[in-house]
Design a protein around this ligand. Structure first.
Ligand code: MOS
Length: 704
């Protein structure tokens, strides 16, 4: 079949929509076996016995692994923090912790046999109550970030106008469409191949090497296509280690795909948060003090912290700022970054408080933000590499029809609906790391680029191909970008909105170098330096030339603050009788440097807005503190936005290059697409109804 290829299309779009793209669970290996986990049914305590007799005798069962019989060769000092060591101890740290793994010749047989494993426990008292623990002095808090003070601490307290409020967020789960899991193939003594769902094939390789004490080169991690990650695939989870262990034990490939309910406990989540913001301002609207105190949830066995209070330090021009961030260890599974991570949590609180202050001052919240927009970074006292927020405000305001907004809440109605408008800002580091890219330029006119990066959906391959296509003047269909395999040149994990900047810089450098080599070869052959590379290679009798380049972290971090910014405008309709909130219009403006791939960049912003609707209105993993167990661990009860919840989304890009960040002038987008969004919705709900909701999600019971 012939497909029309538009330069704008995703390079792997056709593979994805025709089912040709292979995701980890689709690899059919000879002799494949299936693993099913047995999760703990208690929240804290000790395993006193595991009876595996019935399970082992069930049809098709190859083995049952637990801490009682794990393969002795495996050490379990995994990298990063103090991750839970799977099958290492009789201790139970959270409800749903994997305590055994059944391997059978079919998935159904493994599932059945898992029900036959009888685990006995000695229960211990536990604590999963986040909110209660914040006030409870007997629950030891840990500092999540060093305290920060600029100017006078708590200056807001003596301001002419002050706002002092508390904002709450529940646990949210990433829940990408693709379930988590792995296929591990350790049939021979010295070679391990895994088909993984990961945001970092090199990181996964390093973790496996570390855990099993084997050389990295003996491990191959493949993960070409990932069906959504949002941060949950930024580490190798204990269940993956268990599967690799099982493959080693049974000497056959083992596939493990966890169930949807296990997605709530085994692969992290966005931690619950409780935040206090104190804002002070003069009567004419200058911010004089910001105090941000945040509490996040973590686990007892491993510490997790993130950038919850980061934005408050530099987003607004205030001489006085102080922040504190603590984490509360609970008997729950460890959280992990979820899109926008802590910054999205912090932005909800800060951007709500900013709106509250604008209201207290009787100022337009947009005007209030513009008035307090710092020209230079007030935290580091250095310029921003680029920042076009005022232009972004203007474009977004025009598009959403901000002029129609009334400052007085509850002013606009439409039948049974109240209409409101809200705005908020998002910001995230525009950082660049180190990645290696190899380029192979062939005399047949094709260019192959290789790097062990991942693409969890943003369109990494597409972006890289476009960078190369423009620099080399080669049509996109002649360029291939190979990724998602640990045997390719090393690249960091895809996370923190850095891939395009990091890997793209190496692609840029490869192309610049290839062009120079072609020009040199042309000169040597007495050809014009503008000759087509195919002719130059042929004339020189070269089937191909190749070059490998490594990009470096940005060296100008001391001279410039580098951030991507977003402004989210929303219109909501709130129903008088039911309290239902509908997001009826969205305009998201991205100030993220030059846009390399317009279609996938727009998709990033759209995806962020959809995630933002969920965060604002529906997403909440509800834990029953009596049992330490999630009660809505399925898609019927944990509500993610569906099409009916999502209006048409306008995406605007400022599209001005920032060459301080990288040679493409492009800044990251993955996080800013979501950061701030929930605040815009909460602010719009206030504008519609006069009711300030400081606890997400904004469900009808809170609105009424
Ligand atoms: Mo992301 S939370 O950097 O995958």
């Amino acid at each position: 079949m012939d497909f029309f290829v538009d330069e704008n299309d995703r390079v792997d779009g056709i593979e994805k929509v025709t089912g040709k793209a292979k995701y980890f669970a689709e690899f059919k290996l000879p002799g494949l076996t299936y693993g099913v986990l047995v999760p703990s049914t208690i929240t804290k305590g000790k395993i006193t016995a595991i009876d595996i007799k019935a399970a082992k005798n069930a049809p098709g069962v190859l083995d049952v692994l637990s801490h009682l019989n794990k393969p002795s060769a495996a050490g379990y000092e995994a990298g990063g923090g103090s991750p839970m060591k799977i099958f290492y101890t009789d201790e139970v740290f959270f409800n749903g912790q994997p305590v055994a793994l059944v391997v059978a010749d079919t998935f159904e047989r493994a599932t059945y046999a898992a029900t036959l494993v009888k685990v006995s426990y000695e229960k211990a008292a536990f604590n999963t109550d986040f909110k209660k623990s914040i006030a409870d002095a007997s629950v030891a808090k840990k500092q999540g970030q060093p305290p920060y003070v600029r100017g006078v601490a708590d200056a807001y307290k003596t301001a002419e106008v002050k706002v002092e409020q508390t904002y709450e967020m529940p646990v949210e789960t990433h829940n990408p469409m693709e379930l988590h899991g792995i296929i591990a193939d350790w049939r021979t003594n010295d070679q391990v191949t895994v088909y993984a769902k990961t945001q970092g094939v090199k990181a996964a390789q390093a973790t496996i090497a570390n855990v099993f004490k084997i050389p990295q080169e003996n491990i191959q991690v493949k993960s070409e296509f990932v069906g959504g990650g949002f941060g949950m695939a930024l580490r190798t989870w204990p269940l993956e280690i268990a599967t690799i262990m099982a493959s080693k034990q049974v000497k056959r490939p083992v596939k493990l795909v966890i169930t949807r309910d296990q997605m709530f406990t085994m692969v992290g989540n966005r931690p619950a948060a409780y935040q206090k913001i104190g804002l002070g301002a003069t009567k004419d609207g200058k911010i004089t003090g910001i105090t941000h105190t945040a509490f996040g949830q973590t686990s007892t066995y491993e510490n997790f912290t993130e950038g919850v209070v980061t934005m408050s330090k530099f987003m607004y021009a205030s001489e006085n700022v102080n922040t504190n961030y603590y984490v509360v260890p609970l008997d729950m599974s460890v959280p992990i970054w979820m899109r926008g991570p802590g910054e999205a949590t912090g932005a909800f609180a800060l951007e709500s408080a900013i709106d509250e202050m604008a209201h207290a001052l009787d100022m337009d919240p947009l005007e209030f933000r513009i008035k307090n927009d710092p020209e230079t970074d007030p935290m580091k006292n250095i310029p921003f590499s680029s920042k076009n927020i005022k232009e972004a405000y203007k474009l977004g305001a025009e598009k959403i029809g901000w002029n129609n907004r009334k400052n007085k809440p509850g002013s606009i109605t439409e039948g049974p609906w109240k209409i409101g408008y809200g705005v908020s800002i998002g910001v995230f580091n525009a950082s660049r790391g180190r990645a290696t890219v190899k380029g192979i330029l062939n005399a047949n006119g094709s260019l192959i680029l290789q790097s062990a990066t991942s693409d969890i959906g943003p369109g990494t391959g597409t972006g890289m191909v476009l960078i190369a296509s423009r620099l080399m003047n080669i049509p996109v269909e002649k360029i291939t970008f190979e990724l998602g395999d640990s045997s390719l040149p090393p690249a960091p994990s895809q996370g923190g909105s850095t891939t395009l900047s990091t890997v793209g810089t190496a692609v840029n450098d490869v192309c610049v170098s290839l062009k120079a080599t072609i020009a040199e070869l042309a000169a040597n052959a007495n050809m014009s330096t503008t000759s087509n590379f195919v002719e130059v290679l042929k004339k020189n009798n070269l089937p191909m030339i190749e070059v490998t380049k490594q990009s470096q972290a940005n060296q100008q971090g001391k001279e410039y603050s580098m951030y991507s910014f977003s402004i989210h405008f929303v219109q909501v309709k709130v129903h008088n009788l039911t309290g239902v909130v509908k997001v009826s219009k969205i305009v998201s403006v991205g100030d993220s440097g030059k846009i390399i791939s317009p279609k996938t960049a727009r998709s990033q912003m759209v995806g962020g807005a959809v995630g933002g609707i969920g965060m604002a209105l529906t997403e909440e993993a509800l834990l029953d503190n009596r049992y330490g167990k999630y009660v809505n661990n399925n898609f019927a009860d944990y509500h993610v936005p569906v099409h009916a919840d999502v209006p048409e989304i306008d995406v605007i890009f400022i599209d001005k290059p920032d060459y301080i960040v990288n040679p493409m002038g492009a800044k990251g987008m993955g996080e800013i697409a979501l950061i701030g969004f929930a605040g815009a919705v909460a602010n719009a709900v206030f504008n519609a109804t006069g009711k300030r909701i400081r606890s997400l999600p904004i469900t009808p019971d809170k609105v009424l």
